[in-house]
Ligand binder design. Structure first.
Ligand code: FCB
Length: 497
């Protein structure tokens, strides 16, 4: 494949495929060529038939006993309190305060004010009946400059949060890195600098020693691919760099950081389980041509196998390495022993599924299904089934947790104060059903976390997109359970649909 084609391929991948960002790239409004839109409503935000169905009928679909239902958030997106209790600056503080980077000039300075309102949010989780809560730990709260002596006040906050979860019988699931790299480390080269992976392992060790007795499940790096594509190829996410060569070296260092953190947990004597959190995209050819099949295969390499193969097979996929070329910064940056570290045995795989990708023979992408408010998100519940069964087929029976799945809806409280997000109910129901079918076909899926518990700061989209089960009125910080939250409580209660 020519360099030109590869560049186009990467460009499209960055623009249209990444769970965290393409709509934020200004692609909104482009229509896919070639493939007709389906005639059925597939659980977008405006699927009118569902509005009349209340309550949802019991479909008799039960999940296995002990199946764990949860919801997810991340630190920068909800916490606020950006300058409190010794927190340092992260790349997202810098990025969001740079004019023109975020829609409406929004920042995470206050966000959903969760840092101050966490007790109330814990009560909400209990009222919903959540079994598990996936949150992330802000590295600059623990080490303001990304290294050295930990900040006790930062650790105390997460200790209070974790204790509060246990008091309410909710299992904590903590992500170590959800994109908020300390700015001081960025100034020293960020993820292009191999040392950052070492700093990450030290930070992870601090966190394991402080909270290891209370956190049963750890996730290392959230969506390395989004950092690579949105942060370093297209620059729509922090740190806002546009350099493909750097991007794949960053991919390697993120993978290395993951492996070092796994080793750090084992070395700390921690009993918790640990794994990566990967956004996986099922890739399909847009047509029957051999060219589309070949391009789809390579897309799959960049989207999925780069991360899965290195973690579970101890090797980067050869087609991706060939495509990058022997002189690429990434290929030159891989040292002896790195892949052994990266493939340190994990206990589980966290899958985040939002959208499929359809690839044309020339390495372009087309849209086949209706999108949500996030233009990059085609609504295709079958993709959930396909990606789960594929992972189990190709990588063995590693336990799987879904740590993100959801959609943004134009939620507004009605005159009665209620938020009727019927489209989210339809979307989740169809994706839950797909996951249920995957379990029936042998996928060891143990839990499902909806993205997100609360409306929050959606990166380059600021506060415009609302992804929560719970509506946040940012002016008053009042929380309102949306219709989907009430519905989800029933799903949890009956352990199914
Ligand atoms: C994922 C991110 C998460 C959120 C959702 C919509 O890619 O991990 O923080 O932005 O997309």
């Amino acid at each position: 494949m020519s360099l030109l084609t590869r560049r186009r391929l990467l460009r499209r991948a960055a623009l249209s495929a990444t769970a965290a960002g393409a709509a934020r790239t200004g692609l909104a409004g482009t229509t896919a060529a070639g493939i007709a839109a389906p005639t059925v409503a597939l659980g977008g935000c405006d699927s009118p038939p569902e509005r009349t169905t209340d309550p949802e009928p019991d479909r008799g679909l039960r999940f296995p006993d002990g199946f764990v239902w949860g919801a997810a958030t991340s630190a920068y997106q909800i916490e606020g309190a950006a300058k409190e209790d010794g927190r340092g600056e992260s790349v997202w503080d810098t990025f969001s305060h740079t004019p023109g980077r975020i829609r409406n000039g929004d920042t995470g300075d206050v966000a959903a004010d969760h840092y101050h309102r966490y007790a109330q949010d814990l009560d909400l989780m209990r009222d919903l009946g959540l079994h598990s809560y996936r949150f992330s730990i802000s590295w600059p709260r623990i080490q303001a400059d990304g290294s050295g002596r930990p900040n006790q006040r930062g650790l105390d906050f997460y200790r209070r949060l974790v204790d509060g979860l246990h008091e309410r019988d909710i299992a904590p699931m903590a992500t170590l890195f959800h994109w908020d790299l300390p700015q001081a480390l960025q100034d020293a080269g960020g993820w292009e600098n191999r040392d950052t992976a070492e700093r990450f392992a030290e930070y992870a060790d601090v966190v394991f020693r402080a909270l290891g007795d209370r956190v049963p499940v750890w996730l290392t790096i959230n969506e390395p691919k989004t950092v690579v594509q949105n942060g370093y190829i297209w620059g729509h996410h922090a740190p806002g760099i546009r350099d493909e060569g750097a991007a794949y070296l960053v991919a390697h260092h993120l993978q290395l950081a993951h492996g070092l953190a796994v080793q750090a947990l084992r070395a700390s004597g921690g009993t918790g389980r640990i794994g990566p959190a990967l956004n996986l995209h099922p890739c399909y050819p847009a047509d029957d041509s051999p060219e589309s099949a070949a391009a789809t295969r390579l897309y799959d390499g960049y989207e999925n196998r780069l991360y899965l193969d290195s973690t579970f097979k101890g090797a980067y996929p050869q087609d991706v390495l060939d495509d990058l070329g022997p002189d690429s910064r990434m290929v030159r940056g891989v040292r002896d022993g790195d892949l052994k570290i990266i493939s340190s045995p994990v206990d589980l795989l966290a899958v985040q599924y939002y959208t499929p990708i359809y690839v044309t023979g020339d390495g372009g992408m087309v849209r086949k299904w209706p999108t949500s408010e996030a233009e990059w998100q085609q609504i295709y519940p079958e993709g959930m089934y396909d990606i789960l069964t594929r992972v189990t087929r190709d990588y063995g029976r590693v336990p799987i947790t879904i740590t993100e799945n959801g959609l943004p809806c134009p939620d507004v409280p009605g005159p009665d104060g209620n938020v009727d997000d019927a489209g989210r109910v339809t979307f989740l129901r169809d994706h839950f059903a797909a996951a249920h079918r995957a379990i029936g076909d042998g996928v060891p899926l143990e839990s499902y976390h909806v993205w997100s518990l609360l409306d929050n700061f959606e990166w380059a989209e600021g506060y415009e997109q609302r992804w929560g089960l719970v509506y946040v009125d940012y002016a008053s910080q009042r929380r309102v359970l949306k219709r989907s939250a009430h519905w989800y409580r029933d799903v949890i209660r009956r352990n199914g649909l």
